[in-house]
Design a protein around this ligand. Sequence first.
Ligand code: PCA
Length: 320
Amino acid sequence: MSLTVRLAALAACLAVPATAQTWDMPTPYGDGIFHTQNARAFAADVKEATGGALELTVHSAGSLFPHEEIKGAVRSMQVPIGEFFLSRLSNEDPAYGLDSQPFLATSYEQAEALWQAQKPVITDLLAEQGLMPLYAVPWPPQGLYTNGEIATVADLNGLRFRAYNAQLEEFAGAAGASPVQVEAPDIPQAFSTGQVEAMITSPSTGVNSKAWDFLTHYTPINAWLPKNIVVVNQRMFDRLPQDQQQALLDAAAAAETRGREMSMREAEEMTQALADNGITVYEPSDELLSGLQQIGDQMLSELRANAGQETVAILDSFQN
Ligand code: PCA
């Protein structure tokens, strides 16, 4: 072998380590959503830090597994890693759903404090299923989208209301609306076919689904900041060489910080984008806010009465 050929062969070995592996990473939301962009940046960081030995392929918008199957797919090792909406799991344990309790944590600071209180409990719960949390990122505060302005809770009466989890379903129901579960990528179709006519979600999801095509009004009620979480299968993680484990953890820590910053930026920029595209953005009336808060208070007292000790302990440490 000539020296050049040998050098070329050596370079090829260095570029693609012999043990290089690719991990599929299913995620629920579309490419235009900052959580997905953050996941792709996370993947790029992992690739760079491992010199290409570990590559993550992000499959967005539920394209590899539908949203409701992502957690199970990571658990059963069909995929090593995946992202989902944390409070979807509240039917397994109410601790998962606290970030979607209406008016419990309504700012980024409060959401962060709530996450710090939730995290040890959620880490233990996930560990029972062989899963380890890598990072969690809040959505911007959730606001109310309708046709026409909403002055009081009574104005929501009878509206077919898009919901994404059990808490929102309960909240909409208590406000007199009729909740219908619809995944985020299906929002435009659900509105255009008349399946739903109002929703509570972030300005990010409103812009991503072009809310101005089927809605006229938005009010930032800042009702809660739900989170997405990325989890890894513990056994798959343990099988990685130590340096790759560390690379994954470092990239995850960076993704949590970056994602939160993206979220905060979007809270403002996407609200502006709604207005720029013709949506009327208005401040909620005191009457509307206090009516919705009352429903939140009622839901919280029911939760406290029915939840286990650990969930109540999270609430106590957060609320003190
Ligand atoms: N967007 C997602 C979850 C919360 C949000 O802001 C959705 O509407 O499904």
